[in-house]
Ligand binder design. Structure first.
Ligand SMILES: Cc1ncc(COP(=O)(O)O)c(C=O)c1O
Length: 326
């Protein structure tokens, strides 16, 4: 798969896989391993490094001089896009959507927002009553009229090109897992490209591993449909067999009050991983995903003989903007 598509090296790969001994013993269930995609290297790491390694060459092939993208105020995707642009000498314009209405000042200015400014990105806050994609399109048109050639990266970098990064991640996992140890992959499912890339990779590499997405925003049905559609597009793009619908499984019980709204399960999971494994999860994605994993283990969803691989997709930078939630 790798040789067929343009890729720019932006991160540190393959990311390590570690056994979570303390947590596995504590939860008295299956063995839990963690794929450290929080250590991908670009601007403190995270899942977007993998997607940007395929998206940025496309921007360059399109002779773009400006990369435009969107995300929630504490989006990790926008922070990593800003960093990739800085490294490759492209301008970056970020349109941020205010999804939390009662967040303190730190949420609006620290964490990812602060880093985006350090990387030299231009930040525009989308008015609450506007659709962020439409608003970004309007700004892009204005910039085009002034002579710019913008390249648009959708929310989360989740399209056929971006998800290639997670087809590639599954290749790394399979290569590492010579004894076919892992029975399940568990990961956060947001804009869907990370999850769908793993699903498309399952088709491409004919893997038996089961994949469980923990939704951070949408209900089970909508999230599964979104991920399945993206994976179908991805499989066409990489020219492999269609994914089966049953490859996509989402649990939506851990979203709580909505996208980015803290839950007790999330703070417990973040505290547990910090105190038992010295690993920092994030408040919006991996914290809720790990809360889901803990609950599924406690509710005997897995056999004790299963081996679970949790993909840590990064995001700990946002902890600074969420201190109030702990
Ligand atoms: C830290 C982190 N984990 C997981 C996700 C979810 O990935 P995706 O949007 O591809 O579903 C994101 C998305 O922004 C993220 O920032």
């Amino acid at each position: 798969m790798n040789d067929k598509f343009n890729r720019i090296n932006l991160g540190h790969f393959p990311t390590p896989i570690e056994y979570l001994n303390n947590i596995s013993v504590y939860l008295k269930g299956p063995d839990i391993y963690i794929k450290r995609d929080d250590c991908t290297g670009l601007a403190t790491g995270g899942n977007k490094t993998r997607k940007l390694e395929f998206l940025m060459p496309d921007a360059i092939n399109n002779q773009a001089d400006l990369v435009v993208t969107v995300g929630a105020v504490q989006s990790n995707h926008t922070r990593q896009t800003a960093a990739a642009c800085a490294k490759l000498g492209l301008k970056c314009l970020i349109v941020l959507e205010q999804r939390l209405t009662e967040a303190p000042n730190a949420y609006m200015t620290s964490g990812n927002v602060f880093l985006e400014k350090l990387f030299g990105a231009e930040i525009v806050i989308c008015p609450i009553d506007r659709d962020v994609k439409e608003y970004a399109e309007e700004i892009m048109n204005e910039r085009k009229n002034k002579g710019a050639n913008p390249y648009y990266i959708p929310v989360g970098g989740s399209n056929s090109i971006g998800q290639l990064g997670y087809v590639e991640c599954l290749r790394e996992i399979i290569e590492h897992d010579k004894d076919n140890l892992y029975t399940h992959i568990v990961l956060a499912s947001g804009s869907g490209g990370t999850h769908s890339g793993i699903v498309a990779g399952k088709s491409y590499y004919k893997s038996n591993i089961k994949i469980i997405g923990i939704s951070v925003k949408d209900n089970k049905y909508d999230q599964e449909e979104k991920v399945f559609k993206l994976a179908q597009d991805g499989c066409k793009y990489i020219q492999c067999d269609e994914p089966k619908r049953e490859y996509v499984e989402v649990f939506d019980d851990y979203v709580g009050g909505g996208y980015g709204v803290p839950t007790k399960g999330m703070t417990d999971a973040v505290n547990l991983l910090a105190t038992k494994e010295a690993i920092l999860l994030d408040p919006v994605y991996s914290g809720k995903a790990f809360a889901g994993l803990i609950d599924l283990i406690q509710n005997k969803h897995f056999k004790d003989s299963d081996k679970i691989l949790f993909i840590h997709t990064g995001g700990a930078v946002a902890l600074h903007a969420y201190e109030w939630a702990f």
